[in-house]
Design a protein around this ligand. Sequence first.
Ligand code: SF4
Length: 321
Amino acid sequence: MTAPVGGPGAVGAGGAGGAGGAGGPGSRAATGGERPPQARHVQQELAGMPVRLYPATPTRLLTWLDCPRRYRFAYLDRPMPPKGPPWAHNSVGAAVHSALADWWALPFAQRTPRAGMAAVRRRWLTEGFRDEAQSAAARERAVTWVGEYLGCVDPGAEPVGVERTVSTPTRTLVLSGRVDRIDARGDTLAIVDYKTGRHEPDEADARSSLALAVYAVAARRTLRRPCSRVELHHLPTGTVAAADHTPEGLERKIAEAESIGADAARADAAYARGEAFGSRADAVFPPITSPACSWCDWRRHCPEGQAAAPEIEPWAGLSPR
Ligand code: SF4
């Protein structure tokens, strides 16, 4: 699945925020402290040696793009700064994804909508809800979504992959990710991504998604079949937002991933050399504030993010449908 970045339905980031200063609340975590962690081995590149490809997932690249400080918390600082409380909408999403994967693992004759509904109840997670009643109401909504969705799915259309990891090298990256479902459509493949958030995606969302384009290219490489179609299946509304990429469109997306990856790799290297700590932390990993700061798992460590967007309840992202 493509992990949500910046909360349910939130895309992109707003304007750049101010540089974090030392001494404010949470400033140690925000700046990564005054000293680098234990010395790290930094691989040197020798003349004539092949350049090492930078391994990345779409989620990692988009986290860097949205907010370098959040990227640092998520991928570099170890131990990882403690996250905020779990989100109820993430519990819903995880349960629905697990249930649908379980459903496809059933023998054909058992793939009924009722079996999918039972799987949601079995896979339910209770983290992030206000109370038991809210959790139960959300669970029954999700049960209904899955039942109605599976009523429109052909159980005999065996997917090529479910929760399948795919990868591909590019000129500078090794891109990988796990796809919710890969369907065979004639001789070609289609990427299927389940969505459970409040936002009902449209064709523009499917077409502009970096993650879906990367999955299409990686599925083509991994499974050795053409793949240009990407689909967002929104469970709360039962709608499908689809886009068919051209080869040129996919190439542009890969170039976009390479551009983001080059910036992230430079920041990773600076971090490994100990050049992104203390007063230099925000030059390499600046906070980028936006309304998405309300949804950031590390806002408690980020004074700029706290100032930019209000704190919200862990269940604020639940779909009302
Ligand atoms: S709260 Fe906002 S600015 Fe701070 S790390 Fe999170 S996303 Fe970045």
